[in-house]
Ligand binder design. Structure first.
Ligand code: ADP
Ligand code: ASP
Ligand code: MG
Length: 414
């Protein structure tokens, strides 16, 4: 039997009624002749609540216990989905990550999937089970502890299952009907894309578009998984053309130079003032930051005056305290002698992404002009082959996204 993976995000399983609605879609695919693997998220808001309880209980919490707590939301929805299917006479059972087993690295709270055992689930399919409902987001470490895959990780569970079981397709059901040119919550002009290239989706996801977890796109690209994003709220008779297909660049007809605009509010900027401009200074700063687990993103080094320079970098807001203490340590040890450390926690990163940029000059100039016309100051700029990112004052996030969406005419195709 061909296999299909269907993943339902938090809003799609937010209540028993929504679970029934999702189960109806699953039943339809069973009737179409598929063995179905359903990956479920926790009910909407549940994971946030669990994280809140952990933080309230312990300041510098043990990540193994964090995972024990925050993985529990998916356990509930997996059981409820299996029960709902059974009520509809669909042979189904639930599986926790450790039961599958879905083996991961030891990196608690952001573990990587290392292996998915297919024997147990396949044996049940062979016995006539039609649906395996699997708790997303969670796995088991080499030490036998429960791990989680980072926020939004159920997407990655879904794609990994599709790869492991050679599924015909991996359908990601969510609260929007596909991938848009930007977050539809920011502008009503956002347009749904019928297709998007893996490379573009990867950039959009890593630059803040949370519709798919970055790692899920990486896995789909590597294992050639047919990945589709669609709504669990729309009419179920949408057929195979519903939603957005994430696919190879060659399979895309419509092409704007810019495919989309992404934003991330979760950004901070740090500047070390007046560090010695000498060989090894970057290593002396960014080595310890990396050792402290800080995800440094953008880096700017100013021109040198009198042998001294300023070094600016961006990082996630929740890592600022750790970065500060790492920098104080290097200062005290005499390795990096800066005069002051300035932190700006009110910034956001806005990015435009498109494979058309490879062959199109002038996108950066157009972007900077659009921001200038809105009176938005750019603090830091980085570019790569298919993206340009700027750091701006956070209060201008919506305005900047809307201005860029307009300037690149993303509302209309081609
Ligand atoms: P789920 O709970 O189903 O995993 P998420 O909240 O993780 O859903 O992701 C869906 C959300 O992603 C949408 O509600 C939307 O606000 C947001 N989003 C951000 N950027 C985009 C985009 N470019 N296209 C579609 N949705 C986007
Ligand atoms: N429930 C987890 C989260 O909110 C995983 C997911 O929904 O993908 O991050
Ligand atoms: Mg999600």
């Amino acid at each position: 039997m061909p296999t299909l993976v269907m993943k339902f995000g938090g809003t799609s399983v937010a209540t028993p009624e929504r679970i029934r609605n999702a189960a109806e879609r699953v039943e339809r695919e069973v009737a179409n002749g598929y063995d179905v693997i359903v990956i479920v998220s926790a009910m909407a808001g549940k994971t946030n609540e669990l994280v809140g309880w952990v933080e309230e209980t312990s300041n510098l919490y043990d990540a193994r216990e964090y995972d024990a707590v925050v993985s529990s939301g998916e356990q509930v929805t997996a059981g409820l989905m299996a029960l709902t299917l059974q009520e509809r006479d669909v042979p189904a059972r639930s599986w926790q990550g450790w039961q599958v087993p879905l083996k991961t690295s030891n990196a608690h709270a952001s573990a990587r999937i290392e292996d998915i055992g297919t024997d147990a689930i396949n044996a049940k399919f062979a016995e006539g089970m039609k649906v395996a409902v699997v708790a997303g987001f969670q796995g088991i470490s080499p030490e036998g502890r429960i791990t989680t895959l980072g926020r939004g990780g159920s997407d990655t569970t879904a794609v990994a299952f599709a790869a492991a079981f050679g599924a015909e397709r991996c359908d990601i059901y969510t609260d929007v009907d596909g991938v848009y040119t930007t977050d539809p919550r920011i502008t009503s002009k956002a347009r749904k894309l019928d297709r998007i290239a893996f490379e573009e989706m990867l950039e959009l996801a890593s630059l803040g578009a949370k519709v798919l977890q970055t790692r899920s796109v990486e896995l789909a690209m590597r294992y050639k998984v047919k990945l589709r994003v669609l709504s669990s709220f729309e009419n179920a008779d949408q057929g195979e053309t519903a939603g957005t297909l994430v696919c190879d660049e060659e399979d895309i007809m419509e092409s704007n130079v810019v495919a989309g605009v992404a934003y991330s509010r979760d950004e901070a900027k740090m500047t070390l003032l007046s560090v010695a401009d000498r060989p090894g200074i970057a290593a002396a700063i960014f080595g310890p930051l990396s050792d402290a687990g800080i995800n440094v993103d953008m880096i700017v080094q100013n021109i040198s005056e009198d042998g001294r320079t300023d070094m600016t970098f961006s990082l996630p807001t929740n890592q600022v305290e750790r970065a500060k203490s790492a920098m104080e340590t290097v200062k005290n040890s005499g390795d990096v002698n800066y005069t002051d450390l300035v932190t700006d926690e009110e910034v956001a990163k806005i990015s435009v992404v498109g494979i058309g940029m490879r062959s199109h000059a002038g996108v950066a100039a157009q972007m900077f002009k659009a921001l200038r016309d809105e009176g938005i100051n750019i603090k830091v700029i980085t570019t790569s082959e298919i993206k340009i990112s700027v750091l701006i004052e956070r209060k201008y996030t919506e305005l900047a996204v809307q201005a860029l969406h307009d300037t690149f005419a993303l509302e209309s195709a081609g």
